[in-house]
Design a binder for this molecule. Structure first.
Ligand code: 0X9
Ligand code: ZN
Length: 440
């Protein structure tokens, strides 16, 4: 529930004074930066999440200038009507002053992130759950047929589920597409009956903390694997989890970890934002050169083994469609993400996106908004979606920000169950379009 931050005082300052004031604040932020960078390590006691409603482009620019400040973590980046920002306790006072000075409307979405996390967590993998008979048992061996998508799975269990089901199906194969920085196996499931069929690549979880995304891709796989009719006409490569290192670190140590886990020389900060690491307008917009930033684009394009694995798969199978799942926001995005330009085929992408959104609305009464990435969200270059269209020539490309029902990164079991169905509905509509227009 949102609470109003009435303690924010609206300051009526002259522009010059305001500029000076903002410079002093910025200097204070930079000093705090170093302190916070080495001090939170997954402990979110006292951290707050603010909901911000900047109603002018100047106010959005003020928020954007905070992106580079460590201790500030945008859960939803500035660009849309509202955004969510987590702020470390040491910085909250300065932050509130700054918002007041810039007259940006601010409410508190989560008062203490650590408490919020303590309340959550009853439905994570490995924790006790009620069995059908009402007794409590440990959920160690999820089995595919009865798995109901009401909890999040650890990566090993995802692999176990996938391997188990693929072993029973002649049209499905698990292929290893690479290895993560920490040595985890990266896999894709190939569903195919004929190598000449149009190819669709689907992935999820390039951002560690977005747990609903890999679960959605697993659900899509569960539905597709038995759909013999579709597999007669199309070939799929499904990558349930693109950033297993980041996901596992988010499960075990730091719930809001977003990046990969690679090490960069001369800094204690780890990881690269995989979705800023692709070689498409690399490092041009919405990215950071600071290894401590959540949006660090890496030392060079494709510095990460995880992004290279996707690159190599896509270049070798030349898909006609690529869909990447993220959370959250309830958005169906198509390129470009680096700038407000539009691809030539944007009318097709827009109409198909709308068709898919209409189907989710009809079945679940949930609204997904459709549009070009930069225009609907914000400019951010180096994304897997932009790269696959620009450099790999994939014609139909979507980045889906799954609905969260206001639960942000922590959809409840009930919500997760609906979210994975949204994802599957979108894919069904997309798949039908490819079948009807691109298959022979
Ligand atoms: O910023 C991102 O990478 C995505 N949003 S998220 O909140 N899940 O991090 C949106 C990516 C949209 N695509 C591009 N900008 N290329
Ligand atoms: Zn994401």
């Amino acid at each position: 529930m949102l609470q109003s931050t009435q303690r924010l005082r609206q300051c009526a300052m002259m522009p010059r004074q305001q500029e000076k004031f903002q410079k002093i604040l910025h200097a204070t932020f930079v000093c705090l930066n170093l302190f916070v960078a080495f001090n939170h390590a997954g402990d979110y006691n006292g951290y707050m999440v603010y909901q911000l409603s900047p109603n002018t482009s100047e106010k959005i620019a003020v928020l954007k200038s905070l992106e580079s400040v460590t201790g500030y973590d945008f859960w939803q980046e500035p660009g849309r009507k509202t955004s969510h920002l987590m702020v470390a306790p040491e910085q909250q006072h300065e932050f509130e002053k700054r918002m007041a000075a810039s007259q940006i409307q601010t409410t508190i979405a989560i008062n203490n992130v650590a408490e919020h996390l303590r309340k959550d967590g009853t439905y994570r993998d490995g924790q006790k759950e009620k069995s059908n008979k009402g007794t409590r048992r440990r959920f160690l061996r999820p089995d595919w047929k009865n798995f109901s998508f009401e909890r999040y799975l650890k990566y090993n269990h995802m692999l176990r589920l996938v391997r188990g089901v693929v072993a029973k199906k002649s049209t499905a194969n698990v292929i290893t597409i690479g290895q993560t920085y920490q040595g985890r196996k990266m896999i894709a499931v190939k569903l195919s009956t004929c190598d000449n069929n149009p190819v669709i690549v689907i992935d999820g979880g390039i951002h560690g903390r977005e747990w609903a995304a890999p679960m959605s891709v697993l659900y899509i796989l569960q539905k597709l694997i038995d759909d013999d009719e579709v597999i007669k006409k199309l070939t799929f490569y499904i990558i349930p989890l693109l950033n297993p290192d980041g996901y596992e670190y988010s499960r075990r140590k730091d719930r809001y970890w977003r990046k990969t886990m690679s090490k960069t020389p001369f800094t204690k900060c780890r990881g690269v934002d995989g979705n800023r690491n692709f070689d498409s307008h690399w490092n041009e917009s919405g990215t950071e050169g600071d290894p401590c930033s959540q949006l660090y684009s890496g030392p060079e394009p494709f510095s990460e083994s995880e992004t290279r694995a996707l690159r190599d798969l896509i270049t070798s199978v030349t898909p006609v469609m690529y869909i990447t799942f993220h959370s959250y926001g309830g958005l169906i995005l198509y390129p470009w993400g680096y700038a407000p330009d539009l691809p030539d085929n944007w009318p097709e992408l827009h109409l198909l996106g709308k068709k898919a959104a209409d189907e989710v609305k009809r079945l679940f009464n949930t609204e997904y908004v459709v549009g070009a990435s930069t225009n609907l969200l914000y400019p951010a270059s180096g994304g897997s979606d932009d790269w696959s269209m620009e450099k790999a020539g994939v014609q139909l490309v979507y980045c889906i920000e799954l609905e969260d029902f206001g639960s942000k990164f922590e959809p409840s079991p009930n919500e997760l169950k609906k979210i994975v169905q949204h994802a599957n509905t979108l894919v069904q509509v997309f798949t039908k379009h490819v079948e009807e227009n691109y298959a022979s």
